[in-house]
Design a protein around this ligand. Structure first.
Ligand SMILES: NC(=O)C1=CN([C@@H]2O[C@H](COP(=O)(O)OP(=O)(O)OC[C@H]3O[C@@H](n4cnc5c(N)ncnc54)[C@H](O)[C@@H]3O)[C@@H](O)[C@H]2O)[C@@H](O)CC1
Ligand SMILES: Nc1ncnc2c1ncn2[C@@H]1O[C@H](COP(=O)(O)OP(=O)(O)OP(=O)(O)O)[C@@H](O)[C@H]1O
Length: 628
């Protein structure tokens, strides 16, 4: 049970004696002597008082002790004068006993340190009450760090580098630079006294020890914080990395979802009422930006038939390709996939393995077109290039190049059988360059397209082949390995044939997509200022820089190149194409190459650039685009 449960300011005599008994014990005095911090000592004193039934806080004990000491010193002073005063201080004897023996001990240590110190345990920076009048004769420490005790003057040398010290009760380390001249030199009077009280009882060695200890503590604290910061940074980086990996995984899964071969598509209704025409005209003055934005919408709104379009890989890809398009078409994101489809040149392969291409075209009027197409296929990398032309065109075409294998069969009575027997040897077919529009030639071309379809051979249709398609769309409709390469005129013709209405010249992409869908998602490469490539689901644009030079035969170069690119693309694994429609990749590759050839040739020949000049550039252009 507590004797003093009120914890009031008044100390009873018994309580005070109990306190002095504890405080006067040797181990308590030793613990208090010369220590900066004495809170733990007074905590112990208060606890022991508590054991005796007195409920006092450590602070109350400390204040009470101070008060007793003050009274003791005053009584002692007075007693020197009249020998009486001590009689009025009822605890004089007890205090005398404690402090006199303590003085002796302190003096011993003073001798050892060479520093005169008198006083008590007042070094606790956290518990100072600011009351210094209990010190009858404080030792002085002046602003220059000099301990000016009369008997033992000592010059205190502080290190010139900043030492973090704990100030007040906040325990915040602060740096004191030039400590001799600042904080010790110009504090307020009260502070000066406090410093005096704190430091006078300490030996220099201890003082320095304290400084160094605190300096070390502060340094350790700094490193601890720094370590925490670095760990937090590591965690942040790791989180970021995991997030990126997660995104990549998601992308991979989506692309893998697209690798599933598409089922046979159904032709779609032609018109997309959601389309809004933009300003300008592709077929006249075309506003590219407007239609780009517009087209992004088409890509996301349409659910085209035939291709997996669940939540979904396709939408995701469309978005990413739409983003990529803004700056430079799809050069950055599609070209690497095209590269993936190009077979490496190795000594292990035999002739024909990298591609055997057939061109159906070449008549009395047009011998250049099939030649351009066939030679371009060779120059891009086909091993063998065949031309199936009319009899009178054959020798002319042969005379252009000994590289080409020319079959004068297109106008023969058994043209289809003649050509069909070559089909097993062909990897892809280009139908149309220089074909002409004679019914019999178109009929034979149509028959050979049908045969090729049944064999699953990729079929590129260009020029007069498109004339045929405009008349009979079913010849290629819904064939996923079919690719149409109309120029502006051919596109218009096709569109109007399919939709029975004029095309919206302000919306080339929308129209191209509509046409592709109407054709059963056959891939379309609409040539122009910007080549638009679509399979109805996805739209790519090729803005590879070309030139302003348009001469006959450039489209033939493109269709011939596309012949070989389509073979490579359709022979590639889904992994290589990342699940993208191979027809799109092939078209993109051929379009980029043609434009690059045009650019290079134009640099050399300017206005005089002709298709033969472009063909000369295929090697360098191919290297630049696909092998660098
Ligand atoms: N050196 C050669 O042997 C060449 C033969 N070519 C072949 O020539 C054949 C015809 O192809 P084209 O692209 O010349 O087809 P077109 O004869 O339909 O068009 C030729 C050009 O005439 C203009 N044109 C066509 N119809 C028009 C109309 N109604 N009103 C106004 N202008 C019109 C357009 O500028 C068009 O690009 C194809 O088989 C093609 O392959 C071309 O490839 C060019 C080179
Ligand atoms: N305005 C243009 N700016 C840049 N390149 C263009 C432009 N128009 C067409 N091209 C490019 O020229 C090439 C041939 O396209 P073009 O429209 O001349 O084909 P074409 O008329 O079918 O050719 P051909 O004369 O062989 O029949 C394509 O690669 C295309 O990208």
């Amino acid at each position: 049970m507590l004797v003093n449960p009120t914890r009031g300011f008044h100390w009873s005599d018994a309580e005070t004696r109990a306190l002095l008994n504890i405080w006067g014990e040797h181990d308590v005095q030793t613990a208090l002597d010369g220590n900066f911090r004495n809170s733990h000592v007074y905590r112990d004193v208060a606890a022991r008082l508590g054991d005796m039934g007195y409920d006092r806080t450590p602070d109350q004990c400390r204040v009470r002790v101070k008060s007793l000491k003050r009274q003791y010193y005053q009584a002692k002073k007075a007693s020197k004068r009249n020998g009486q005063y001590h009689k009025t201080f009822k605890f004089y004897e007890e205090m005398e006993k404690i402090l006199s023996s303590r003085s002796a001990a302190t003096l011993e240590s003073q001798d050892a340190d060479g520093v005169a110190v008198e006083g008590d345990e007042t070094m606790d920076g956290t518990e100072e009450d600011g009351d210094s009048i209990d010190q009858p004769q404080d030792s002085d420490m002046d602003g220059a760090g000099e301990c000016s005790n009369a008997d033992y003057p000592v010059k205190v040398e502080y290190p010139s580098y900043p030492i973090p010290v704990t100030v007040g009760s906040s325990n915040v380390p602060v740096k004191q630079s030039g400590i001799q001249n600042t904080s010790m030199a110009s504090p307020s009077a009260g502070k000066t006294r406090r410093y005096k009280k704190r430091f006078t009882n300490l030996s220099l060695e201890k003082l320095m020890e304290k400084f160094l200890e605190q300096s070390l503590e502060a340094e350790e604290g700094f490193y601890r914080l720094e370590e925490q910061r670095l760990r937090a940074e590591d965690v942040r980086r790791e989180t970021e990395h995991t997030r990126e990996l997660h995104m990549l995984q998601m992308l991979g899964q989506m692309l893998a979802g697209l690798a599933t071969p598409a089922p046979s598509p159904t032709p779609q209704p032609a018109c997309n009422s959601q389309m809004t025409p933009s300003a300008g005209s592709f077929f006249g003055t075309h506003s590219r930006q407007a239609s780009q934005a517009e087209y992004a919408n088409h890509g996301q709104q349409r659910a085209a038939p035939g291709l997996p379009r669940t939540e979904n890989g396709l939408q995701f890809i469309e978005r990413s390709f739409t983003l990529g398009r803004a700056a430079s078409g799809n050069m950055d994101n599609v070209l690497p996939l095209v590269k993936n489809t190009i077979p490496p040149l190795t000594s292990k392969k035999h002739k024909g393995q990298d591609g055997r291409i057939g061109v159906i075209g070449g008549c009395q009027e047009y011998t250049g077109a099939p030649y351009f197409a066939a030679i371009s296929a060779l120059k891009v990398g086909a091993d063998l290039s065949h031309v199936f032309c009319t009899k009178d065109a054959a020798s002319v075409i042969k005379s252009y190049s000994p590289e080409l294998i020319v079959h004068p069969v297109l106008d023969s009575p058994n043209a289809v059988e003649e050509m069909e027997k070559w089909l097993p040897r062909l990897h892809s077919l280009v139908v149309g360059p220089g074909l002409g529009r004679e019914d019999v030639l178109l009929k034979n071309a149509k028959a050979i397209i049908e045969k090729s379809k049944s064999r699953g051979i990729p079929v590129v249709i260009d020029a007069d082949g498109l004339w045929l398609v405009a008349k009979e769309p079913s010849v290629i409709q819904g064939y996923q390995k079919g690719i149409l390469t109309p120029n502006v005129m051919e596109f218009r013709r096709l569109y109007e044939a399919m939709h029975h209405e004029s095309l919206d010249s302000n919306d080339p992409r929308g129209c191209a997509q509509q046409l592709s869908i109407a054709m059963g998602n056959v891939t379309l490469l609409l040539k122009g200022e910007e080549d638009i490539i679509t399979d109805g689901n996805m739209v790519l644009t090729c803005n590879q820089e070309g030139s302003g030079r348009r001469c006959g035969g450039q489209g033939d170069l493109l269709s011939g190149a596309l012949g070989i690119f389509s073979h490579w693309a359709f022979s590639s694994s889904a992994e290589a194409t990342k699940g993208m429609n191979p027809a799109l990749l092939a078209a993109f590759g051929a379009a980029s190459l043609t434009r690059q050839c045009n650019r290079q040739a134009f640099h050399k020949h300017g206005r005089s650039t002709i298709t033969s000049d472009m063909i000369q550039e295929i090697c360098i252009a191919f290297k630049k685009l696909f092998e660098s």
